[in-house]
Design a protein around this ligand. Structure first.
Ligand code: AMP
Length: 267
């Protein structure tokens, strides 16, 4: 497995590749959810590249950025074991050189509301980094997790305009045995917190089958010390391995000061 720290070195390598390239962008602190994306990429491409870059521009909360977990040595080990060909590890100045142009408008309606509303600037940051990475990595297929549902929708919409030859593949959420969606931020929860957080998936799975008012759900989550930021159902259009999904229940909230998100998709 090769490691690249600069665009220049990466481009030399990229030019030598013939055949489909699958790309998985990440912020590191890798877990089985990230690896699911990597396996999907491995099974459908001749080459697989993963990027690890904690993108400062997508953090609307400085404390969250400072505390973002870093397990780089372990990440590199698991990626090489997963059969990844190349890892791109750019520095911040490589990604955002001085006097560079920053896209300020996030295209499309998918960035409105939910994360777009509660995390101002978040999707601008995401779109900016992903745009640069797509330009440099120049993949045929790029893999994103359905755990970050709105991100999938934003990128799907953005890529269809700006990178029309690139296929965006969305991969189902990998969960702990208790149902908790895997997330790098779970590392910051206590063991008890990780147990309690399982109730989020329990609740949103029940919402899917009920037409009942969801105040009960917010109260129920409170009993587990989970403060809901939003819990709502939305209309979507997302291609998945089981076909087009048209609806989702989406949740965001806080437990032990850590922001957690999850969703269930349905038709
Ligand atoms: P991150 O490192 O959090 O930016 O995530 C990198 C990619 O992994 C994004 O496309 C995420 O949606 C995806 N991802 C994160 N957690 C999971 C999970 N539990 N299951 C599947 N994909 C995930």
């Amino acid at each position: 497995m090769k490691l690249f720290f600069t665009k220049k070195k990466w481009s030399e390598y990229r030019e030598s590749l013939t055949g489909p390239l699958g790309f998985v962008p990440t912020m590191g602190a890798l877990h089985a959810g990230h690896l699911k994306l990597v396996h999907e990429a491995r099974n459908n491409n001749d080459f697989v590249a993963v990027s690890i870059f904690v993108n400062p521009k997508q953090f609307n909360n400085t404390e969250d950025l400072i505390n973002y977990p870093n397990t780089l040595e372990q990440d590199i080990l698991v990626l090489s074991q997963a059969g990844v060909d190349a890892v791109f590890l750019p520095s911040s100045s490589e990604v955002y050189p001085e006097n560079d142009t920053f896209i300020t408008a996030v295209p499309g309606k998918s960035a409105e509301g939910l994360e777009g509303a509660f995390r101002p600037g978040h999707f601008e940051g995401v779109v900016n980094v992903v745009d640069r990475l797509f330009e440099w990595i120049h993949p045929h297929n790029a893999y994103f997790g359905q755990k970050d549902l709105q991100q999938c929708l934003v990128i799907q919409e953005f890529a269809s305009e700006k990178h029309p030859n690139l296929k965006i593949v969305t991969v189902p959420t990998e969960r702990e045995k208790n149902g908790l969606a895997m997330s790098s931020r779970n590392l910051r929860l206590s063991e008890e917190g990780r147990n309690r957080a399982a109730v989020i998936f329990e609740v949103i799975s029940k919402m899917k089958d009920s037409t009942a008012d969801y105040d009960w759900a917010i109260e129920y989550l409170k009993q587990y010390e989970i403060e809901t930021e939003y819990l709502t159902n939305i209309e979507i259009s997302l291609n998945t391995d089981t076909g087009l999904m048209t609806k989702a229940w989406v949740f965001a909230g806080y437990l032990e000061g850590i922001r957690l998100i999850d969703n269930v998709l349905y038709n």
